[in-house]
Design a binder for this molecule. Structure first.
Ligand SMILES: *[C@@H]1O[C@H](CO)[C@@H](O)[C@H](O)[C@H]1NC(C)=O
Ligand SMILES: *[C@@H]1O[C@H](CO)[C@@H](O)[C@H](O)[C@H]1NC(C)=O
Ligand SMILES: [Zn+2]
Length: 475
């Protein structure tokens, strides 16, 4: 009998606790959901490693070179798991079990630019209803992207790369700057006056353009495949450039809208970069071409814009380089940020700290404004810094942890950069309009104050980390 390749997935937390044995280091494929994925070539190594790890997942793989796709449900509040949703998940896995390609009814896929095609020929290799994850194989990468439009509402697909990726834990020295900040952080009245000036009117105006609630942009959808995402990208570039940044639209995959990468060059140190980000692409409901993404992630995007407007208003300069980045392809598996983080690593860029803002606006009507920090994926020191900054500059926020993971900061963390995420809730996702065509800004629970408070935290962390100067200050 020939040896069958296997996919081997273990909880990422287990990896962090144990550090991976060198015999596995060259067979690492990335983090998917909360699992670190390997295709080991050394069976002895697997046997030894499995003993120290809770609940490893072992998936026998087909012999060919099909594209593998990890699919995973996001951490959502039980209140969002309705009977209709459960039925959707059940239907989906029934399709996956059928041998023939099927064309689901129009009501059962997200309408994006391309004409709906039959579900690609695929096979389900693994499905764990408890971990709410699955692995499928499809013929090629294009089919993986098409598959993403058929996923049940709270599920996301991430293509597993065809070849191993470097396993790059964040090196100790990369966190030195953040550690120093942690030891010396105190209230700075100048920082407070800068971040307190973030304009909520501006945020209201910007989100209404991005969602087309004001009827001026004509953007029906910012799905990475939809035309509206290109309109949004061009508009974002112009907005950021108007604040003095140099921007580039950076394509990363054919068919996808580009990343919008904007830079302010440092005045003292042009070898280090502080990066803050959100994703401007969005996702809508089955059977609808509308994907306004007012919260996911229009809210993170307007936080970046609000910070940029404030930079312009005050004529702020930073000591190190600063980048404001709006990613695309997040909804198809963090594809835009993966490409950009890989590029930065290849260029030997020194990212001091990265903070991704993904979903900042919603909290349940009976809940206080909150800030959720990542329980699993991220650099603990960076998360701690953000938490301290929040206590100092946004005491209105109740700060806690969330299992809602896996946004673009993960791509940076995986390239060995110190990174974390800011999220709207100290708990799982509770927004009833999550991945829904009704995700506009004018609705109950969408709290601009909360966006402003979290934006202050993102901005104050940036100011403390990069260092800054105002034109009037000569001391
Ligand atoms: C999208 O853009 C393409 C190319 O610019 C155009 O041909 C097509 O009509 C547009 N589709 C929609 C729905 O606007
Ligand atoms: C990163 O820092 C190292 C050491 O200080 C420096 O040699 C290198 O040029 C920096 N990288 C960039 C892209 O500036
Ligand atoms: Zn998102």
């Amino acid at each position: 009998m020939t040896t069958t390749a296997v996919l081997f997935a273990v909880p990422y937390a287990g990896i962090v606790a144990q550090s991976i044995p060198s015999c596995l280091a060259d067979s690492f494929y990335g983090i998917f959901g909360q699992q670190a994925v390997f295709k080991p070539t050394n069976a002895v190594c697997v046997t030894r490693f499995v003993q120290g790890i809770d609940s490893p997942v072992i998936v026998p793989l087909p012999a060919g070179d099909e594209q593998l796709v990890w699919i995973q449900e996001s951490a959502v509040d039980n209140a969002l798991r309705t009977t209709a949703y459960d039925a959707q998940v059940k239907d989906f896995f029934q399709w996956l079990h059928t041998d023939d390609t099927v064309v689901p009814p129009a009501a059962d896929y997200q309408t994006v630019l391309f004409t709906p095609e039959p579900l690609p020929a695929l096979s389900l290799l693994y499905h764990n209803p408890t971990l709410r994850s699955a692995v499928v194989s499809v013929p090629d990468a294009g089919a993986a992207h098409a598959l993403s439009t058929f996923l049940p509402r709270y599920w996301k697909a991430s293509p597993i790369p065809p070849t191993p990726v470097a396993y790059l834990p964040v090196p100790e020295h990369a966190v030195d700057h953040v550690r120093k900040l942690l030891a010396s952080l105190h209230f700075n009245p100048v920082v407070a006056s800068i971040v307190n000036g973030i304009s909520m009117d501006r945020m209201r105006k910007d989100i209404r353009y991005l969602t087309n609630e004001d009827g001026t942009s004509g953007i029906e959808s910012r799905n990475s495949f939809a035309n509206g995402s290109r309109v949004a990208a061009a508009w974002l570039k112009a907005q950021f450039e108007d604040t003095g940044a140099s921007c580039e639209l950076k394509p990363f995959l054919v068919g996808f809208a580009p990343n919008v990468v904007c830079k302010y060059t440092g005045t003292l140190d042009t070898e280090s970069t502080v990066l803050i980000s959100g994703h401007y692409d969005s996702r809508g409901s089955f059977g609808s071409s509308r994907a306004p993404g007012g919260n996911d992630d229009g809210s993170g995007t307007i936080s970046l814009l609000a910070i940029a407007h404030r930079i312009k208003e005050l004529g702020l300069k930073f000591h190190t380089n600063v980048e404001l980045v709006a990613f695309a392809g997040e909804e198809q598996g963090l594809l835009g940020s993966k490409a950009y983080a890989r590029e930065l690593r290849a260029r030997d860029a020194n990212v001091t700290l990265m903070i991704q803002a993904d979903m900042l606006a919603y909290h349940a009507p009976n809940e206080p404004p909150q800030l959720g920090l990542p329980e699993y994926i991220g650099t603990p020191e960076v998360t701690e810094l953000v938490s301290k900054v929040a206590a100092i500059y946004s005491p209105e926020l109740t700060v806690g942890y969330t299992a809602a993971c896996c946004s673009d900061h993960q791509s940076f963390h995986q390239q060995g950069y110190p990174a974390t995420q800011v999220f709207e809730r100290a708990g799982p996702i509770a927004d009833p309009m999550y991945h829904n065509s009704g995700d506009v800004s004018d609705r109950p629970g969408y709290d601009f104050n909360q966006v402003r408070y979290v934006s202050r935290v993102q901005f104050a962390t940036l100011l403390h980390t990069a260092g800054f100067e105002l034109p009037e200050a000569d001391d």
